[in-house]
Design a binder for this molecule. Structure first.
Ligand SMILES: Cc1cc2nc3c(=O)[nH]c(=O)nc-3n(C[C@H](O)[C@H](O)[C@H](O)COP(=O)(O)OP(=O)(O)OC[C@H]3O[C@@H](n4cnc5c(N)ncnc54)[C@H](O)[C@@H]3O)c2cc1C
Length: 399
C-alpha cells in the first residue's frame, strides 16, 4: 500500500481531526469526511490529562492550548451535601514534574480550532464537510464510500471510522448493537466568571460527590469562563438519542432543582446562577475484550466509535487522541501489510482503553456512592490522600 493513496477518515470530531493530523504529519494523504456543514464542538469545556497533552505537545500544539486553556492547581473533592473536603490532588507544576505535561482544561471550541488549524496547514489533508456516510460497498480494490445526497461514490483502501457514538462505520462493518443508555445525564453550562459566586472563582477543579449525582467545575479560557457539569442518575428518564435535544429549558431547570435540592447551599447558589443549561443522555459500551472490536481487515475504529465511555474519568477525547497517535505510529511501518499495521494498532490500544472504560464506570459508582461504599471511599481518600486520587498508570503513559 503506497502512502500516497489517501486514507479515508469518517468523522471530523476530536478523534477524526487528531487522526488526520497524526497521519498528515507523517506524510500520509488523508481524506476527512464530516457530515456537518462546518467543523464544530459543543459549547462546553474539556479536561485534557497529561497523557493527551504529551501527544498534543509532540504535535506542536502545546503553546496554543496552554494559552487558550487553564492549568488547574488542584483537584478538590467535596461532599455535595455539606461541602466538606474529602480529598485533594495537587496538579499544576506537580503534574508537569511527574508526567512531563500539564493537566489542561480548555473550551472545546479552542481544542477543535487548534486541531483544525493544524490539519488545515497540511497539504496532504483534504477536508470534506457536508459528507454524511450512508453506505459502504466492499469490492476487490477496497471500498466505495457512499454519502447522503451525493451521486458519485468515493474510493478508499483504508478506512478509519471516527464517527462517534452512533458510528455508521461501526454499524456497517462491525456490529449493529446500539450503545448502552446508562440512565445517567449530564447537564452542562459555561458561565462568564463574573457571574459565578465568588467562592467558585478558583483555578482548581472541583468535584462535589452526592448520592446518585456529582458536580464538576473548572475554569477555561484563562479563567474567563467556568465550565459546570451536573451529572445525575435518572434511570427512569427516557434516554433515546435525541431526547436531550428536545428537553426544554424549563424542564431542564426542573430536573436540576429536583435532583439537587438537598445539596450544600453554596453549590445550589452556583447551579442557580446558570441560565443556559444543556442536557446530554450518557451512553457507553461494554469495555473492549478483543482487538477485533477495533479493527476488521482494512477498517479501523477510533475514539467514541470504538470505545465510548462515561465521562467520569474525563478521558474519552484523551483516548481518541492517543488512538490517533498510535494509529499513525503503526501505519509508518511500511514493511508490513496494511492489514497487519491496522491489527498492530488495535493490539496496542484495546487493553488500555478497556481499562479506562472500566475505571470510568467505577468512578461513577464511587462518586455517587451512598452508605457503606461511601464510607469506604471517604476512608480510602483520607488514608490514601493524594496518592489515592492520582493515576500514574493513566497519566504516565500515552499508549
Ligand atoms: C458531559 C461530557 C463530558 C466529557 N468530558 C470529557 C473530558 O473532560 N475529557 C475527555 O477527554 N473527554 C470528555 N468527554 C468525552 C469526549 O467528549 C468524547 O469522547 C470525544 O469528543 C469523542 O470524540 P470522537 O471524535 O471520537 O467523536 P465525536 O466527537 O462524536 O465526533 C464524531 C464526528 O463524526 C461525525 N459523524 C457522525 N456520523 C457521521 C457520518 N455518518 N458521516 C460523516 N460524519 C459523521 C460527527 O458529526 C462528529 O463530528 C466528555 C463527554 C461528555 C458527554
Amino acid at each position: 500500500m503506497s502512502s500516497v493513496e489517501p486514507i479515508a477518515v469518517v468523522g471530523g470530531g476530536i478523534g477524526g481531526l487528531a487522526a488526520a493530523l497524526a497521519l498528515g504529519r507523517a506524510g500520509n494523504a488523508v481524506n476527512l469526511y464530516e457530515q456537518a456543514d462546518a467543523f464544530s464542538e459543543a459549547g462546553a469545556g474539556i479536561g485534557l490529562g497529561p497523557n493527551a497533552m504529551r501527544v498534543l505537545q509532540a504535535w506542536g500544539l502545546g503553546p496554543s492550548l496552554q494559552e487558550a486553556g487553564c492549568a488547574p492547581q488542584r483537584l478538590i473533592a467535596r461532599h455535595a451535601d455539606n461541602g466538606r473536603i474529602v480529598g485533594q490532588l495537587p496538579m499544576g507544576q506537580s503534574f508537569i514534574t511527574a508526567y512531563g505535561a500539564p493537566y489542561l482544561t480548555v473550551h472545546r471550541a479552542d481544542l477543535q480550532h487548534t486541531l483544525l488549524g493544524a490539519v488545515s496547514q497540511q497539504t496532504s489533508a483534504t477536508l470534506l464537510t457536508h459528507h454524511h456516510l450512508s453506505g459502504l460497498v466492499n469490492d476487490t480494490h477496497g471500498f466505495e464510500l457512499q454519502f447522503k445526497d451525493k451521486s458519485n461514490t468515493y474510493p478508499a483502501h483504508i478506512l478509519i471510522g471516527a464517527d462517534g457514538l452512533h458510528s455508521a462505520v461501526r454499524t456497517t462493518v462491525f456490529d449493529k448493537t446500539p450503545p448502552n443508555a446508562s440512565g445517567h445525564w449530564a447537564y452542562r453550562a459555561l458561565l462568564p466568571m463574573h457571574e459565578v459566586p465568588q467562592s467558585f472563582r478558583q483555578m482548581d477543579i472541583g468535584i462535589w460527590m452526592g448520592t446518585r449525582l456529582h458536580v464538576v467545575h473548572y475554569p477555561v479560557r484563562g479563567g474567563e469562563f467556568l465550565n459546570l457539569v451536573v451529572l445525575i442518575e435518572s434511570p427512569n428518564q427516557a434516554s433515546q438519542p435525541g431526547w436531550d435535544v428536545l428537553r426544554s429549558a424549563a424542564q431542564i431547570t426542573e430536573d436540576l432543582k429536583q435532583a439537587t435540592h438537598n445539596t450544600y447551599a453554596e453549590l445550589q447558589d452556583l447551579i442557580h446562577a446558570v441560565n443556559g443549561w444543556r442536557a446530554w443522555c450518557l451512553f457507553d459500551r461494554e469495555p473492549l475484550e478483543h482487538p477485533s472490536q477495533m479493527v476488521k481487515g482494512s477498517v479501523a475504529l477510533l475514539g467514541d466509535a470504538a470505545h465510548p465511555m462515561l465521562p467520569y474519568l474525563a478521558q474519552g477525547a484523551g483516548m481518541a487522541i492517543e488512538d490517533a497517535a498510535c494509529f499513525a505510529m503503526h501505519w509508518k511501518n511500511a514493511s508490513l501489510s496494511a492489514e497487519q499495521r491496522l491489527l498492530n494498532y488495535a493490539q496496542a490500544r484495546w487493553q488500555r482503553v478497556s481499562r479506562v472504560q472500566q475505571r470510568a464506570r467505577r468512578n461513577g459508582q464511587l462518586f455517587h456512592a451512598d452508605g457503606l461504599l461511601r464510607l469506604a471511599r471517604d476512608t480510602a481518600m483520607k488514608l490514601g490522600g493524594a496518592r489515592w486520587m492520582d493515576m500514574p498508570w493513566l497519566y504516565g503513559t500515552s499508549n
